[in-house]
Design a protein around this ligand. Structure first.
Ligand SMILES: NC(=O)c1ccc[n+]([C@@H]2O[C@H](COP(=O)([O-])OP(=O)(O)OC[C@H]3O[C@@H](n4cnc5c(N)ncnc54)[C@H](O)[C@@H]3O)[C@@H](O)[C@H]2O)c1
Ligand SMILES: [Zn+2]
Length: 368
């Protein structure tokens, strides 16, 4: 495949923060070397991972870490969103205190977005902040959650309610781990990837459509190109707006309705599947407002099917979804900041989306 962006390093520079590298690799074999470059030698590192990722990759990562930092601890929690809580973070604090971690030591998140978010939050708060390293292992985490320093946990069923901005010291991406992801988890990452294309880069969206087969087969060259592309897009956005005062909110395309469905479905659907449904709803409103034409709307909707993502849901009411969107964080003085499309590849923040528009869009997604 053309445009292979293998073995790339992308440096993220956010104002007032130390720059950090996103290293794209095909294995873990350069990890010890990258850790040495960071100056980790002789420091303690606690590898935080979940019960699914640990049997797959912990031994290999620990071996690399110990080449640089022999005093490596591990903390393993039960895989899944239900672990993204203050209780898990507290357990991790206990491990760190018992092992005597000080302000110069490191946490290392090995896993998906749940691992990255909760490890990052622990790193942001332990001793008022220690450094942390991201080794994202889901497609979603590699293209989105590991970059940009948003960390946090859920609280009382409210997603990401407690959190902090805390930038990683390094993001080490081993593309080969995408091979062991379940089809649902891979599709979930594609939900976020299509979001990038639709909101920021129409050419990239077209590339994804043209390379659907290679993507579905998880061809290394396709993975290298698309993960690098998303990392570059995310780098560009977080450098411009590190604390989400402006354009970074455009990354929430599909998330207002997506988060509401995710919550009402009790997290039984993946995050990216919910975002994909929210994307179709937002595209529908954009079509109804005359900014997309009918063909563009149906292409956006049907692309979900091509990438194993849903275009409908059942069991929950449209009215409940609208009610839940009101408790979402994406509010501005009581108004929802809803992301719509001016055209494919160009998103904007709308504060005038009515309940009626949302209701119609959500009803269009209902399968029952
Ligand atoms: N911080 C941010 O900017 C940001 C952005 C987007 C999403 N998020 C958060 O990310 C979370 C979702 O992340 P996720 O989808 O990665 O979920 P996740 O971390 O729960 O991972 C999904 C599942 O895949 C398994 N897994 C991980 N890597 C694997 C691999 N290589 N092979 C096989 N199985 C593997 C995990 O054990 C888990 O069961 C949500 O909590 C969401 O709020 C954060
Ligand atoms: Zn998301």
């Amino acid at each position: 495949m053309e445009k292979s962006q293998d073995m790339k390093t992308i440096t993220v520079k956010t104002p007032g923060q130390e720059p950090y590298d996103i290293c794209l690799k095909h294995s873990f074999s350069d990890l010890a070397c990258e850790l040495k470059k960071l100056g980790c030698e002789g420091r303690r590192i606690c590898i935080v991972t979940d019960s699914t990722v640990a049997p797959l990759y912990l031994a290999e990562v620990k071996e690399q870490v110990q080449l640089c930092c022999p005093a490596a601890e591990t903390y393993i929690f039960e895989a899944g969103e239900q672990s993204k809580t203050l209780a898990t973070v507290q357990e991790l604090y206990k491990v760190l205190i018992q092992a005597g971690f000080d302000r110069k030591d490191y946490l290392l998140a090995l896993g998906g977005g749940v691992t990255g978010d909760l490890t990052g939050y622990a790193a942001a708060t332990y001793l008022r902040g220690i450094r942390f390293i991201q080794i994202p292992t889901t497609l979603l985490a590699q293209i989105d959650s590991s970059i940009g320093g948003k960390t946090g946990v859920d609280f009382d069923q409210y997603k990401n309610m407690v959190g902090a901005f805390h930038q990683p010291a390094l993001v080490y991406i081993n593309l080969s781990v995408l091979k062991t992801l379940s089809d649902d988890q891979f599709a979930s990452g594609m939900g976020e990837l299509l979001k990038y294309g639709l909101s920021f880069d129409a050419d990239f969206y077209e590339w994804a459509i043209e390379h659907m087969e290679g993507i579905e087969e998880r061809e290394p060259s396709a993975m290298a190109y698309m993960v690098a592309k998303c990392c570059e897009l995310k780098r560009y956005i977080v450098e411009k707006d590190p604390t989400e005062k402006g354009d970074r909110a455009l990354l929430n395309f599909g998330h207002t309705i997506g988060h509401a469905i995710e919550k009402l479905k009790n997290f039984t659907l993946t995050h990216g599947a919910c975002v994909a449904l929210g994307t179709v709803a937002a595209a529908y409103i954009s079509w109804q407002r005359g900014m997309l034409d009918e063909d563009e709307f149906y292409e956006i909707r049907d692309m979900n099917v091509g990438f194993g993502l849903p275009i409908s849901f059942d069991s929950i009411s449209a009215e409940d979804i609208i009610a839940v969107t009101k408790s979402d964080k994406k509010m501005d003085a009581g108004k929802i900041r809803f992301i719509l499309l001016k055209k494919p590849g160009k998103a904007y923040i709308a504060t005038d989306v009515t309940d009626q528009e949302m209701l119609e869009a959500v009803k269009m997604l209902k399968a029952d």
